[in-house]
Design a protein. Structure first.
Length: 419
């Protein structure tokens, strides 16, 4: 799809070219070659004027270098043109006898006028020059090229505020922080930058405030949960005590996950070279020890740049999610171009297509009834997404045709490697 800047530039260029074409048509019409009858009238008028001049001053022929000779030979006379000029001259009331001579020069008219003494005066007149279509076309092409450059520059200037918006959106960090823009350039650009900076300041403050509130709430939940856990130990009925402790464990897990999510968003870890294959194998082995089914497929050695503990937490969440809800996970790791490609497949029931777009929302659950079977806060995928995107990667989840889910993680390689 064409961008707004491209369409605006094209509109300007088309408008300018259309105006030039209209102007060229009008110019050509105004400067068109006069019809032949009008030129016949002009020649008849000039011949009459020359006859009157030579009658009044016979010596004018020498002064004006007019040749006086005998009557031209009949084979030199263009009879059709002569008849036309004589007829037009008689209609205008002229008395000069004029003959048109054949000429080898297509841009000149040679005529002879009979004088009173029977001799003939020979004169030549230039033919109307043809319309300069080629120079006009070259001129219009030059103007069109210049106007195209001007239109492109004008559209760039006028569309720059919109381009700033697009670039700003593209540069938003995974934690939602918007970088401040330099308030320089034309007035429209400065106004746009100031507006975006004011918006960024408010949004950054709102995001930071929400993150602090979530972290504070998760932290403050710890104290009442500890008291409730102590009281639950004194419950006489063993089943009730276990139910209380199970609910408290889930609340503690929710609070801990919320705090981790906030930390991943506002406290990026130090970056270093990480052997992603070693991290993945470690995660698979640890999860297998908890009796969750995890199968290791082809795992190639790859190096990425990031925080090892954060990446391990992200991969653990994804693999646990597949092993728990997907009835088993199969992990594999490969390289494609300049990216490490990690795939996690499962054989579970999958996710309804209309809910796939919400899987990374905090506290999202496909089926709320699963909370009674599989404990969790619903923040695992959200935390994994934050970690992966903060490392410059992407994560996608789709339903497999064979059933189950396919989770694909792409992370930029630390450096180009050869197989």
């Amino acid at each position: 799809m064409l961008s707004l800047r491209t369409r605006f530039t094209a509109l300007l260029i088309i408008s300018v070219v259309l105006v030039l074409v209209i102007a060229a048509v009008i110019t050509a019409w105004l400067l068109r070659k006069p019809p032949e009858v009008m030129y016949d009238r002009v020649l008849a008028e000039k011949a009459e004027f020359a006859l009157l001049l030579l009658r009044a001053d016979p010596l004018a022929a020498q002064t004006l270098h007019i040749t006086i000779q005998e009557k031209p030979a009949k084979d030199r006379i263009d009879q059709d043109r002569t008849d036309n000029i004589l007829a037009e001259g008689r209609r205008q009331g002229y008395t000069a006898d004029v003959v048109v001579l054949k000429s080898f020069n297509p841009h000149r008219w040679d005529i002879a006028i009979r004088l009173d003494d029977g001799r003939w005066a020979y004169l030549d007149f230039p033919d109307p020059a043809p319309f300069p279509y080629l120079p006009l076309a070259a001129y219009l092409a030059l103007v069109a090229i210049g106007m195209t450059g001007i239109a492109t520059y004008v559209s760039n200037v006028m569309m720059r505020p919109l381009r700033i918006l697009d670039e700003t959106i593209a540069k938003i960090r995974p934690d939602g922080i918007i970088h401040e823009l330099p308030e320089t350039g034309p007035m429209e650009v400065r106004t746009t930058a100031k507006t975006i900076n004011r918006l960024a300041t408010r949004l950054n403050a709102a995001v930071s405030s929400r993150m602090r509130m979530i972290a504070a709430a998760g932290h403050d939940m710890r104290t009442p949960m500890t008291r409730m856990r102590l009281r639950a130990e004194f419950v006489v009925d063993g089943d009730d005590r276990q139910s209380w402790l199970k609910d408290l464990d889930e609340l503690d897990h929710i609070a801990d996950s919320a705090i981790r999510l906030v930390r991943e968003e506002i406290s990026p870890a130090a970056q270093e070279q990480v052997s992603l294959d070693a991290v993945l194998r470690s995660v698979a082995e640890e999860i297998s020890e908890t009796d969750l089914p995890v199968e290791q497929g082809a795992i190639k050695p790859v190096l990425v740049k990031g925080a090892p503990f954060a990446l391990k937490r992200a991969l653990r969440n994804l693999v646990v999610n597949a092993a728990t809800h997907g009835l088993g996970a199969r992990v594999s790791l490969s390289r494609y171009g300049g990216e490490a490609v990690l795939t996690i497949m499962d054989s579970g029931p999958g996710i309804p297509q209309d809910l796939l777009g919400r899987v990374f929302e905090p506290f999202f659950r496909v089926d709320q009834a699963r909370r009674q079977i599989v404990p969790g806060a619903g923040l695992g995928l959200a935390i994994s997404q934050e970690i992966i995107e903060s490392h410059g990667g992407t994560i996608t989840i789709v339903n497999r045709r064979e059933g189950g889910l396919l989770q694909t993680v792409r992370l930029p390689l630390c450096k180009p490697e050869q197989d």
